[in-house]
Design a protein around this ligand. Sequence first.
Ligand code: PLP
Length: 389
Amino acid sequence: MKRKELESLKLATKVIHAGGEPDKETGAIMPPIFQTSTFVQSSPGKHKGYEYTRSHNPTRTRLEENLAALEGAKYALAMSSGMSVATLVLKSFEEGSTIVCGDDVYGGTYRLFTTILNKAYNFIFIDTTDTKLVEATLKEHKPALLWLEAPTNPLLKITDISKTAKIAKKYKTLTMVDNTFMSPIFQNPLALGADLVMHSMTKYINGHSDVVGGCLMTNNKKVYEKVWYLQNSIGPSQSPFDSWLVLRGIKTLAIRMKEHERNAIKIAKYLESHKQVDSVVYPGLKSHPQHKIAKKQMHGFGGMITFFLKGGVKESKKFLSSVKLFALAESLGGVESLIEHPAIMTHASIPKKVREKIGIHDNLIRLSVGIEDVDDLISDLDKAFKAVK
Ligand SMILES: *Cc1c(COP(=O)(O)O)cnc(C)c1O
């Protein structure tokens, strides 16, 4: 399909058709898995665009075409994890550069930035939902990059992406949005003015909890070329088989996101009215502090819910070990519902003092709502509440 034709299609069509032409040789409707490390050349240096799978692979190319289409980007790169995308994006900036980053980003991102990449870059962590603070920080430090998560993990704080990206442009700072929680179906940061967008494909994009992967989408040719150069030199390119699995999973992304959201709205309301719950954070609730921004910049509220159980670690542990359908596990965005305790699990690498300061208390529970029947999910939670009592 020509780029123009593709651009005119809706997302639910793009997820199925972008990068999805029938195989030229056989007509196979599903793309072949080019499970090969190298490609034969007809004479030295003369080949069909593929030389070695670390550099390029046709199955990965198809996935990258699909990913680019979903975020309205010219370029996409698929890698073996979200963390390798973060590492290579950072490495594409000069050592010594200043990076401004949201203060409650994914725990692994925080660990990467504060214990590994901090040797090469100066990091400043701020609450990016405070646009005045963003402006003041950017004005003073003129950072190379502003790194956002919107919504954040696990507090689901929502930064106004277009407002923030506009401020960043003023100071020649590039804006990166980690869009993992929304998927390209519910939010498109490039259209809102961001320069770079990344996803952990491990989560919603693949959606079946059987692949670890990450991707970068951008219209910035310079950054794309630098990051591709790093990927080719360092080596975290997504494997052909995993690229194929993601291409398979992505076909149902639009319909999955709708179901995640439908279930999450019902569960958020159920939790909000429950006596054993202190408070619920879900972008779709009117009580969410940035509900208005969510409505403006997102096309859906997603499947992630954070809530504060009445009590402390003891009650939380009891609750987490009493659910049966909700699996107690890290990660998110799969078809099955997951439950976790950030203070003990995903965000344990953040020092307790810092955690408490940003609001990740010991009674905070995070749900990744799956696409099971919502009545079964609510009854599972109901039993856990009763067990805590
Ligand atoms: C999981 C996650 C990552 C890291 O991705 P991996 O694929 O696990 O390396 C980054 N950002 C967010 C928001 C995530 O949820």
